[in-house]
Design a binder for this molecule. Structure first.
Ligand code: TRP
Length: 323
């Protein structure tokens, strides 16, 4: 049984790209009985960017509701809010004291962002050590993340082995599980779907809003209805393929190639696939958002379980350091 752990930063309601590319695969891993899995919402990391209590709280609820609505079995995984286990901030401090300042300055998450952000705070600089603490606090063995997080994982292993070297075997060195589904989910404008691009599709939106987004925002070329079209170079088809059955996708591809089937038809099919295909997730999401005690209850159970492990590991660390 491998202990796997992953965190998600909550930056608003997850969109179709997040759901397909990260959330669904992570839920599959988490629900697999062969894994002992820890999953948390990284709301302490969010504080590097968000300074609005309501927004911070709501983002956490939206993230939690998404995971539950998309099928996470919260009795099987330890599912918690990072800020509910404050032990992690103590460990982050210890780790920061073991890690060279100059290496943190090289983190992409700091280097690439700091030029653009108006709020370049010290938390942004220490971000990788808080992430290392997230992982090391639970003796995690495997950490599934996207490619953009590889460097943080290297730093985690680095700080863990520095610590082990100085104080004796204390931490488990975590392995990276790179999400092999390099699934490319196009946004409405054809670029990679991402919140910062403003090209997202939110599967939890009501059908009316979805219809507007699909009809008005998804780009198409000007090929007349009668003419044959190339499915593979179109955003509509590439999205449809990701949310429909293989058969339906093949049918659409054939219809587009044959001509006499317009982008309007394809958009209508895409809308239906999203509205119907995610109907149960949508209603569960809305139910949870309207009844937040249910989310709180699930997260409270998770943090109680998480704290048992966290306090154990932390006392091990404290005594090694000399406290
Ligand atoms: N930094 C990660 C991201 O932006 C989120 C995260 C925080 C995380 N702590 C973690 C991921 C620990 C894996 C393990 O996606």
């Amino acid at each position: 049984m491998a202990r796997i752990l992953t965190g998600v930063q909550s930056t608003g309601t997850p969109h179709l790209g997040n759901v397909l590319g990260a959330i669904k695969p992570a839920i599959e891993l988490a629900n697999d009985p062969a894994n002992d899995s820890y999953l948390f919402i990284a709301d302490l990391h969010s504080l590097t960017q968000i300074k609005d209590g309501n927004l911070l709280r709501n983002n956490t609820y939206a993230a939690a509701a998404t995971w539950i609505a998309c099928g996470l079995d919260t009795s099987r995984s330890v599912f918690y809010r990072q800020s509910d286990v404050p032990e992690v901030t103590e460990l982050a401090w210890y780790l920061q004291c073991m890690f060279p300042y100059s290496r943190l300055g090289l983190a992409h998450s700091f280097k690439d962002k700091s030029g653009r952000l108006e709020d370049v705070n010290a938390g942004l600089f220490g971000y990788p050590m808080l992430m290392a603490a997230d992982i090391l606090l639970y003796d995690a063995e495997k950490v599934p993340v996207g490619k953009d997080q590889m460097q943080h994982l290297e730093m985690t292993r680095d700080v863990a082995s520095r610590f082990n070297h100085k104080f004796g075997e204390t931490f488990v060195l975590p392995e990276v599980l790179t999400r092999e589904s390099t699934m490319y989910v196009p946004g409405t404008n054809g670029g990679k779907m991402s919140k910062s691009q403003g090209n997202t599709i939110n599967i939890f939106d009501d059908p009316k809003t979805l219809k507007k987004v699909i009809n008005k925002e998804i780009i198409t070329d000007a090929t007349p209805l009668e003419d044959p079209k190339n499915p593979n170079s179109s955003v509509v088809y590439n999205l449809f393929k990701l949310v429909s059955s293989e058969n339906d996708a093949l049918e659409m591809a054939n219809a587009l190639r044959a001509g006499g089937y317009g982008w309007g038809h394809a958009k209508k099919a895409l809308l239906e696939a999203i509205v119907d295909g995610y109907a149960s997730e949508r209603s569960r999401f809305n139910e949870l958002m309207a009844n937040r005690e249910e989310i709180d209850f699930a997260l409270a159970q998770g943090s109680a379980r998480a704290r048992v492990v966290a306090s154990d590991v932390l006392s091990r660390v404290r005594s090694k350091i000399g406290y």
